[in-house]
Design a binder for this molecule. Structure first.
Ligand SMILES: CC(C)(COP(=O)(O)OP(=O)(O)OC[C@H]1O[C@@H](n2cnc3c(N)ncnc32)[C@H](O)[C@@H]1OP(=O)(O)O)[C@@H](O)C(=O)NCCC(=O)NCCS
Length: 183
């Protein structure tokens, strides 16, 4: 790894919306590489194995942001308004409540070699800024219950558990965590 990569990279990246010319094959590969750490612990998250068509469908229902470092996409996060969240996940507790003003983020990943350098928090900040900009009441996420470090990270950043859910595609129970926008 180059010495540069040991630095925090948060101020060297650019975040923008996914554009039509961005490669969904690359984005899908990034998700697979990032989520591999969970697969290795037996946590079968959809993003770890989803085919490109699923990425295409998932990025189409909301705002997909990408983080660029030296022109390369190295991270991503998907933001959904309360209406998009309720439409995407009918029947799911907390998410299926358009009148509750619950925005969400998902498909949150950073290339393994770039993790731990502040890029993830920049992407999360973008989702939080978008939630504030549209006057959402809450920003929520679903995370694998067995991924203890992730649950602890979200808790450190003000997200609390509001529900539990078992997604059909996975082999674990997820925690739905949420934070009042602006808190
Ligand atoms: C979650 C993820 C997007 C965070 O991106 P990142 O660029 O590594 O995040 P940052 O460098 O901004 O660090 C964010 C926090 O996570 C912590 N963190 C990052 N990697 C960690 C690891 N492997 N183990 C424990 N903590 C870790 C950092 O210490 C930091 O904590 P703090 O904000 O309280 O100081 C990234 O680790 C990833 O792609 N993980 C695999 C996919 C995934 O789990 N996505 C989320 C599913 S809900």
């Amino acid at each position: 790894m180059s010495p540069l990569l040991h630095e925090r990279l948060a101020n060297k990246i650019r975040i923008r919306l996914l554009e039509p010319e961005d490669s969904l094959a690359h984005l899908t590969g990034l998700l697979h590489r990032a989520y591999k750490q969970h697969m290795e612990r037996g946590i079968q998250a959809l993003a770890a194995f989803q085919p490109e068509e699923v990425t295409r469908r998932r990025v189409s229902d909301g705002e997909c942001y990408v983080a660029l470092y030296m022109g390369r996409v190295v991270g991503t996060i998907m933001f959904k308004s309360p209406e998009q969240t309720a439409r995407a996940w009918p029947g799911v507790p907390w998410f299926d409540r358009p009148e509750g003003g619950v925005a969400s983020f998902s498909q949150f990943a950073v290339e393994p070699e770039y993790q731990g350098k502040g890029i993830g928090m920049e992407l999360l900040r973008r989702a939080e800024d978008r939630a504030a900009a549209i006057n959402a009441a809450e920003l929520a996420l679903s995370t694998p219950g067995p991924a203890e470090w992730l649950v602890a990270m979200y808790a450190r950043h003000g997200y609390r558990e509001v529900a539990r859910w078992h997604w059909r595609e996975t082999n674990y129970d997820s925690l739905i965590m949420s934070k009042p926008v602006g808190a």
